[in-house]
Design a protein around this ligand. Sequence first.
Ligand SMILES: NC(=O)c1ccc[n+]([C@@H]2O[C@H](COP(=O)([O-])OP(=O)(O)OC[C@H]3O[C@@H](n4cnc5c(N)ncnc54)[C@H](O)[C@@H]3O)[C@@H](O)[C@H]2O)c1
Length: 356
Amino acid sequence: MSTPPVSRVGLIGAGAIGRAHLVGAAGAEGVAIVGIADPSPAAQALAAEFSVPWFSDYRALMDGTQPDGAIIATPNALHVPIALDFIAERKAVLIEKPITDTVEEGLRLANIAHTADVPVLVGHHRRHNSIVGAARAIVQQGRLGTLVSTSVLATFLKPDSYYSQAWRRSLGAGPVLINLIHEIDLLRFVCGEVESLQALTSNAVRGFEVEDTAAVLLRLKNGAIATIILSDTAAAPWAWDLTSGENPAFAQVAPGQADSHFISGTEGSLTLPSLRLWRYSDHSENAVERGWKKPLDSAQQPFDRSNPYVEQMRHFGAVIRREEQPVADAFDATRTLEVTLAVRAAAQVGTSISFR
Ligand SMILES: NC(=O)c1ccc[n+]([C@@H]2O[C@H](COP(=O)([O-])OP(=O)(O)OC[C@H]3O[C@@H](n4cnc5c(N)ncnc54)[C@H](O)[C@@H]3O)[C@@H](O)[C@H]2O)c1
């Protein structure tokens, strides 16, 4: 019996999300972490915990382990320079989100990787969640009819201690750039491309330089309209992180008690993460005219619950071996970054911002 192929991967940056990748890789087929590069003592301890060779510098990891690919889970500003060094060696990379800090840098990286024919996967992990995959299929199969609107709630409470570090209170670190990017990416992935947006931000509760609350109004290219309400200062459960069961670091609301995404079309509507589909079900010959005076039926749609971090690692292994195309490549992730950055810009100028 032949052994299935395994892609050998180096982990660069082993902080909070680096640990999630280690756990993900441990549960995934076709991928193995062969080394950790991160100068911090905590990362050295983590390497010992997972029995993986530790390096203080990623170039030493590259020379010492000759990996097939690398996960780059460092602070954002290091994503592009480290990725370019691996791409120059023809090693595929999984870069954490945001791909980088600016659209120009994202496009530069995407073009270099494209020319070199080296795959880049960006860590928009929700795309690997089976609930998200099922929702996308339901929308694309037209089961909701023509898409009309989407409402996203991302309302949760970060403890006051979260803001004890000064950088978190400064421009560039608020919930728009840290959390909203996941909502923008999910919206694009499930509902379609964004044509234009308007936004309001507020810091009325915490009074920091960064916003604590934002409202975004988006027009999609397919004609649907979407809203996103985001707040990290609301004692509320309506947020993907608190309801999807995706990340055990966050206390979870009991399944079915709260939803965060409400997608509606002319034939039906869908709530996430419960994956409940609402439709007028009487299609008989004698069916009376459907409408708001008739009952809507609802049923939870079947899906296989999987861990998106495990699935993301399995996918990365397959991407390295050129068996699969990246679910979120560098061009795609740069578009998500562009739309996210436009939210702060639109709130500042007070007018709508359009996209190509
Ligand atoms: N996908 C997600 O849901 C998600 C969640 C959290 C963070 N992130 C992203 O992951 C990245 C890291 O975030 P985090 O929360 O893990 O940060 P973190 O501060 O916990 O970890 C970053 C790690 O990078 C290490 N590092 C710094 N410079 C390095 C270098 N030159 N070489 C190697 N390692 C170096 C640090 O020592 C630290 O251990 C960020 O881009 C962030 O946006 C993604």
